[in-house]
Design a protein around this ligand. Structure first.
Ligand code: FES
Ligand code: FE2
Length: 446
């Protein structure tokens, strides 16, 4: 399909960017979000700094430290005494050690270097361990005030942990000004009532540019070819015709593309809808938000240059019975498919990252085709956001920077194929047990 035809199919919808109804209650630490204003526009208002889903609530256990990087900046996530999530810069304000090897005690984080201990708000609660109390008392501004953690605002919502990432952690969370509401990122803002669905989650780590992964997930064409033998849909295979009518909607909050099979004409034979909500969320579904039987929510986390994590949540209105899904190993089988799908993409993503970094992927060298309209819009937004926010320059590393954070293992497949193998093994063992139990019972009877 020509670009002109695509353009004529595109509908540009203007909305006022107001947050959705019935969004789940937000449990937040930080400033109120009353400073947000959104202008009606067909350009995405969000840049690359803002709300990111960075992990799942259930993986962040009380008493444990969870280390992550955002745009190369090392951060620590943990739960304070009230079980609220804290996100601090991984830097002890005493002498600059990392909290790696540190501990949590009664919700307070303790530095492994000299035992400096910090309250949830970030003040040092045992300065007398580091220096003499009378010195602290007589010169408060030089000690207690300066030895203070740097934090980012956090919100937990619907089992996700979100942080408001600006590149500049602050000692006082009230100083943050929210340029965008988290509500605009939630599925509920677009009519999806996720509480009506069951879901499974998969985490995936990649050593490549995070923007290439987002681009991959916006790209409908490649699934027929590269994942044609893996995705359990008879219509998705290498021999299928992979050309669609496409309808694109844009407003200040999101870009959406609906793909229809050509043979059925517009409005019928919908193949899939893909919604991009900046900076890092994609929702994939079929039907309307009210009727969709499944929604795939993908969150892309820019850990660092050449490092990214994806959280994949698969919401479904079918197979909601836990006993039944356990019985048929639904979670394991789903993970198996996801691990395989992401492994199939991995070499492409890494080589594409190289080509991008070498400057090979530019207008004169590559040609976006009809169905790549979504990718084109994404590229446009991403380039503008890069120019505006320059997130990679805030904590830029260079060839002299040591690689301590880069050397940290990335725990999830395809970077860690061991998990995928363990998952396969669990499937085989559980299936064997299920086959052997009736045989054992039969033997007992006879
Ligand atoms: S560096 Fe953390 S207590 Fe000294
Ligand atoms: Fe893919």
């Amino acid at each position: 399909m020509s670009d002109e035809k695509l353009e004529s199919l595109s509908t540009v919808t203007l909305k006022n960017g107001s947050s959705g109804k019935k969004a789940n209650s937000l449990k937040s630490i930080g400033n109120s979000e009353s400073t947000i204003s959104s202008q009606p526009s067909n350009q995405l208002s969000a840049g690359l700094l803002g709300w990111y889903s960075v992990c799942s609530s259930k993986t962040l256990k009380s008493g444990e430290l969870s280390f992550i990087t955002m745009f190369n900046e090392p951060l620590v996530l943990y739960r304070d005494n009230d079980s609220r999530v804290r996100c601090i810069k991984d830097l002890c304000p005493h002498r600059g050690a990392s909290f790696q090897g540190g501990t949590i005690d009664s919700g307070e984080i303790i530095c492994p270097y000299h035992g400096g201990r910090f309250s949830a708000e970030g003040t040092c609660t045992n300065l007398d361990r580091i220096t003499c109390q009378h010195i602290v008392d007589s010169n408060y501004n030089n000690y207690a005030k300066k030895i203070h953690l740097y934090q980012y605002p956090c919100i937990e919502n619907n089992g996700y942990v979100y942080i408001y990432y600006t590149g500049e952690a602050k000692t006082d969370l009230k100083e943050f000004e929210f340029k965008r509401s988290l509500k605009d990122s939630l599925p509920e803002a677009y009519g999806f009532e996720t509480s009506e669905y069951a879901f499974e989650e998969v985490f995936v780590d990649f050593k490549c540019d995070w923007a290439r992964i987002i681009e991959n997930h916006l790209d409908i064409l490649h699934i027929f070819w590269i994942h044609g033998n893996t995705i359990p849909d008879k219509d998705v295979n290498r021999n299928a015709i992979t050309s669609f009518d496409q309808e694109i909607t844009r407003d200040s909050r999101h870009i959406e593309s609906k793909y229809h099979h050509k043979k059925n004409g517009n409005g019928e034979g919908e193949f899939i809808s893909i919604k991009f909500v900046p900076p890092g969320r994609i929702m994939i579904y079929k039907g309307t938000p009210k009727t969709a039987r499944y929604i795939q929510v993908l969150d892309h986390i820019p850990l660092g240059s050449n490092r990214a994590r994806v959280i994949v949540r698969h919401y479904r209105k079918f197979m909601k019975n836990k006993v039944l899904t356990d019985l048929i190993l639904f979670k394991h089988l789903q993970q198996r498919i996801f691990y395989k799908v992401f492994s199939e993409d991995y070499l492409v993503l890494k080589t594409q990252t190289f080509n991008e970094q070498m400057g090979y992927i530019k207008k004169d060298n590559v040609k976006l085709l009809g169905e790549d309209k979504m990718v084109q819009y994404y590229w446009d937004w991403h380039q503008n956001a890069l120019n505006k926010d320059k997130p990679w320059q805030i904590h830029a590393t260079n060839s002299n920077t040591n690689t301590v954070h880069l050397d940290m293992p990335m725990p999830y497949p395809p970077e860690n194929p061991k998990l995928a193998i363990e998952n396969q093994r669990a499937i085989v063992i559980k299936l064997l047990i299920r086959a052997l139990v009736p045989i054992g019972l039969l033997l007992l009877i006879i």
